[in-house]
Ligand binder design. Structure first.
Ligand code: SAH
Ligand code: SF4
Length: 391
């Protein structure tokens, strides 16, 4: 574990809580927004234009205040303010790692908490977002999978994570300033808490908002959805979202994968590979990323590497090797560096890119599969404090 300094801000300024009487605009698709505007009294023939105007304010300029939407009539702005709000998840804590990784703990409706991680790299910035509070699946190496509480995030809460990060990074354009083409949040990965394909509709709607060319405008090739292998939803992902796909493969025989990724008992390796074979054509994208967590003595042998390349033959692929990120009480150990390199070498020689993912933000427990721990530890320590003080 890295002993480098950590900065942690506890943001104590209370933000306005969402008003139940007002509908949140964030996360509505264009069609949903149009219907909502008509419902609120916008004449039908104007609705499409109003959607376009509001959309640009919210998603291009990052404006939160209807009163400042100066191309709308004053009365109309007042009507919007009465019926709608533009609200985002609230930042509870923000931790900044020695390597620049930022981890946000966000509070959403109902007092639930989710984590979002920003990873700056030389030529891009990746935002890792969550799709659920916790996860209903129970992959044995994943800390999120041990969290009991689960609910699906709304589309607004998913889009909201991207907007919170852009706020915090100061990434909205400045009116009157030349357009800055460098992107701080240039990529989004659905690799935080939760199984995105068990929250398909909200994830799809949120990604439609994020991809919309008159707003945040992230290309579908800069969005990667990671799934543990929810086979029936894979073709839909290609057709209805069209983003890049990553799959948590992690094992090369069904017995091992049953243990690591228990959803394999429902859709086994063969069923998964069949669905993956069609993905590049259906989504008109190049390669699928196979994620493979390196667990000492479990799935990391030369034989595993050779079986892996045999299994995926014919699928345009990249193999992303993830050194296991350990968490307190985890039942596995990270493979040795030499083992990971030997594995990577076999995969590479078979003609596949096999990057080894550098763990980021380890000092703040921000790495893959660790999202939960800080939150839970935080809770525990608050409880402990309460116990100690007799409160
Ligand atoms: N539920 C989705 C997306 C979230 S997990 C999925 O499983 O794909 C994102 C990635 O992190 C997955 O590949 C997951 O298997 C991996 N992961 C989970 N726990 C990990 C850990 N402790 N160390 C390394 N990778 C882990
Ligand atoms: Fe859920 Fe993904 Fe973790 Fe498995 S690896 S428990 S699917 S978040």
């Amino acid at each position: 574990m890295n002993a480098a300094p950590i900065t942690q801000d506890l943001l104590t300024i209370p933000r306005k809580l969402p008003d139940a009487a007002r509908q949140n605009i964030v996360g509505l698709t264009r069609e949903q927004l149009r219907e909502a505007l008509i419902e609120a009294g916008t004449p039908e023939r104007q609705a499409r234009m109003r959607v376009g105007q509001i959309w640009q304010w919210v998603y291009y300029w990052g404006q939160r205040d209807f009163a400042r939407m100066t191309n709308l009539a004053k009365d109309y702005r007042a009507l919007l303010a009465e019926k709608f709000e533009i609200s985002l998840p609230e930042i509870v804590t923000r931790q900044v790692s020695a390597d620049g990784t930022r981890k946000y703990l966000l509070r959403i409706a109902g007092g639930h908490e989710v984590e979002t991680v920003y990873i700056p790299e030389e030529n891009r910035g990746t935002l890792c977002i969550s799709s659920q509070v916790g996860c209903t699946l129970t992959c044995s190496f994943c800390h999120t999978g041990t969290q009991k509480l689960v609910r699906n995030l709304t589309a607004g809460e998913i889009v909201g994570q991207v907007m919170v990060a852009r706020d915090d990074l100061g990434e909205w354009p400045e009116p009157g300033q030349p357009k800055d083409e460098t992107r701080l949040v240039s990529n989004v990965v659905l690799m935080g808490m939760g199984e995105p394909l068990y929250n398909f509709d909200n994830v799809r709607d949120a990604m439609k908002v994020v991809m919309d060319g008159e707003g945040i405008s992230l290309s579908r090739r800069r969005i990667t959805l990671s799934t543990s292998g929810i086979v029936p939803e894979i073709a839909r992902t290609a057709e209805e979202i069209g983003c890049l796909l990553a799959v948590s493969f992690h094992a090369t025989d069904d017995a091992t994968r049953d243990r690591l990724v228990p959803i394999n008992r429902k859709w086994n390796i063969e069923a998964l590979l069949d669905a993956l074979r069609d993905y590049p054509r259906l989504s008109n994208s190049e390669r699928i990323t196979f994620e493979y967590v390196m667990l000492d003595g479990v799935n990391d042998s030369d034989e595993d590497a050779r079986r892996l390349v045999r299994l995926i033959r014919g699928i345009p692929a990249k193999i992303n090797l993830i050194p296991f990120n350990e968490w307190p009480g985890a039942p596995y150990r990270r493979s040795s560096w030499e083992r990971i390199e030997a594995f990577a070498d076999i995969v590479h020689k078979a003609g596949y890119a096999s990057p080894i993912r550098t763990p980021r933000g380890e000092d703040i427990m921000a790495a893959c599969g660790q999202l939960k721990s800080a939150t839970e530890r935080g809770r525990k320590s608050r409880a402990e404090i309460a116990a100690e003080t007799g409160a």
